[in-house]
Structures are given as C-alpha cells and as structure tokens.
Design a protein around this ligand. Structure first.
Ligand code: DAK
Length: 260
C-alpha cells in the first residue's frame, strides 16, 4: 500500500511510523486510520522487525484528534452501523503482538491521546500536551479514552480531564503515570529509537510474552493474571532463547537470539 498520510521506515529491527499531516496537526482522518492499520500489519508480519515507534511529524503535534472536519459531516447512523473506531482496537491493539512505543512530540488530544494510550508505553517530549477535549464538541471519547485514561491515571484525574477538556502537560502526565518518561523535545525521537532498539535486541518471544502478561493485568483479576504470568513463564523456560540467554550470561557474552 502506498501511503499519503503517514511515513514509514525501518532502521535495523525498528520500524518508525510517522503521522504526516502537519498542517492539520496530524488529525486522524479515515485515510490515516487505514494507512496506520496497514503499516502496523506490515510491521507485525515482518520477522526482521522487533519493535516500532509511532510519532507525529512537525514540531507541534503527535495528533490533535480525530479529524473534526471529516467527522462533522458523518451521520450518526454511519458511526453506529460502521462500528466506527472499532477497527483501531481490533487491528492495532489486539493484533499487534510485538512491542511499540508512542513518542508524543506535542498535542495528543482526543483520538490522538487515545492512539498514544494504545501503545505499550508513551515517551513524551517536554512539549507534549494530553487531553480528551471531546466534551467541548458535544461528544465524548470514542476510541477507548475514558477507559485507558482512567486505568492509567485514576478516576478523579481522568474524570476532571474528560469533564473539563483541559490539557495536561508532560510533567503532570509523568507524575500521573500516563507516560513512562519525559525527555527534552529535541531528543525525543533519538531516545524513542534507542529505547526501541533496546527492546528489539531482547529475545523476541520473551518480549511478546512480557507484553502479554503486563496487558493481562488490565484485563483479568489478580489470581487469573498471576496464573497467566506463570504459564507464560513456564512456556518460556522451554524456549531455545532461554537456554541461550542463560548460557550467554554464564559465558559473559551477548545472547544470540533465535526467536524460538
Ligand atoms: N481535526 C481537524 N483539523 C484540525 C484538528 C482536528 N482535530 N486540530 C487542528 N486542526 C487543524 C486546524 O483546523 C487548523 O487548520 P487550518 O485552519 O489551518 O486549515 C490547523 O490544524 C492548525 O490548528 P490551529 O490553527 O487550531 O492551531 P493552534 O496552535 O491555534 O491550536 C489546538 C492548536 C490543538 C489547541 C487546536 O487546533 C485545537 O483545539 N484542535 C482541536 C483539538 C480537539 O478538539 N481534539 C479532539 C478532537 S475530537 C464526532 C465528532 C468529533 C469526534 C467524535 C465524534 N461526531 C460528529 C459524532 C471527535 C473525536 C476527537 O478526537
């Protein structure tokens, strides 16, 4: 698929995907959605790729939301009948088993904040601003924002954000556990690529298992989550990479991963 609204490149085992509508602050229209789904599917299918980074082009925005101009024309029946936004969750969140990072370089509002929260974790530049301002448009989050934001930062803060539509700066977002780390604006992409390269250098099966078990903490009760973790741990003990990892440690050398 030829992309018009995003850019993709691979650097060794890391795929970089850049939202590329800077004049519209990378607003997410349906073309972006389709292209992103394709780019993530390509990343997932490529055995040479181990981790991805998603960021926004330009200096101002990761993504300033779903494209209000496009959506304002859409009848409510279409939103409902097309189960609008469902494909983001099914194709990007559920089907992408490899790790990916959102590198938030500016506004991450509405759908932009929701997209960032679909990532395995968020690295933010000092200029990042997060918010769910949909209430000001007479609507509400529709891509998981009320759920993921609440799980990340708790009810009180999430409720305040959704009800007032106010933006949260990077420092507050780090304090509130919405983001893993804040870095200087100019260093964000380098830092995100470096972090992704570290993850890409890990045993791939173990990376997927680690991702699955952390995600299980959000989807199951504690007892079930702990059993799930233990089972994945037990499966990994049978992997070739576990044998290699332990031998490499004992022999004081880097592991040579087979991904099995
Ligand atoms: N969609 C489309 N275009 C956008 C946009 C967006 N979300 N955000 C910004 N732009 C466009 C602006 O219209 C402007 O385009 P031109 O006028 O130059 O053609 C350009 O990007 C630059 O924006 P500004 O001139 O506004 O830049 P400022 O630095 O002054 O302000 C801002 C930056 C991020 C504070 C401001 O652009 C802003 O407030 N943007 C909207 C943020 C927002 O509300 N995001 C949440 C989107 S809502 C539904 C309808 C909508 C939704 C769901 C359902 N139905 C009809 C049922 C919404 C879901 C969302 O995600």
């Amino acid at each position: 698929m030829a992309y018009e609204t995003i850019l993709t490149e691979t650097r060794d085992a890391v795929t970089l995907i850049t939202l590329n509508r800077p004049k519209a602050l990378n607003a997410l229209n349906s073309q972006v959605l389709e292209e992103l789904i394709d780019a993530f599917a390509t990343f997932e299918a490529d055995d040479s790729q181990r981790c991805a980074v998603l960021t926004g082009s330009g200096d101002k925005a990761f993504a300033a939301g779903a494209d209000i101009k496009e959506m304002s024309e859409k009848p409510a029946a279409d939103f409902y009948l097309q189960d609008f936004f469902a494909r983001w969750t099914s194709e990007i969140v559920k089907k992408v088993r490899k790790p990916w990072i959102a590198a938030v370089n500016g506004f991450a509002l509405g759908g932009g904040c929701e997209l960032a929260m679909m990532a395995d974790f968020i690295l933010a530049s000092e200029n990042a601003k997060f918010g769910q301002p949909e209430i000001k448009l007479g609507v509400a989050p529709g891509m998981g924002g009320s759920q993921r934001l609440t799980r990340a930062i708790g009810k009180s803060k999430s409720m305040e954000m959704c009800l007032t539509g106010r933006m949260m700066g990077a420092e507050e977002a780090e304090r509130a556990n919405l983001v893993a780390r804040v870095v200087a604006h100019d260093e964000l992409l380098d830092e995100a690529m470096k972090t992704a390269a570290t993850i890409a250098g890990m045993p791939p099966m173990a990376a997927i298992a680690n991702k699955e078990m952390v995600n299980a903490a959000f989807e199951t009760g504690l007892d079930q989550g702990i059993i799930f973790e233990r089972r994945l741990f037990q499966i990994l003990t049978a992997s070739e990479d576990k044998k290699e990892g332990m031998e490499a440690f004992i022999e004081k050398r880097e592991g040579n991963w087979k991904g099995r």
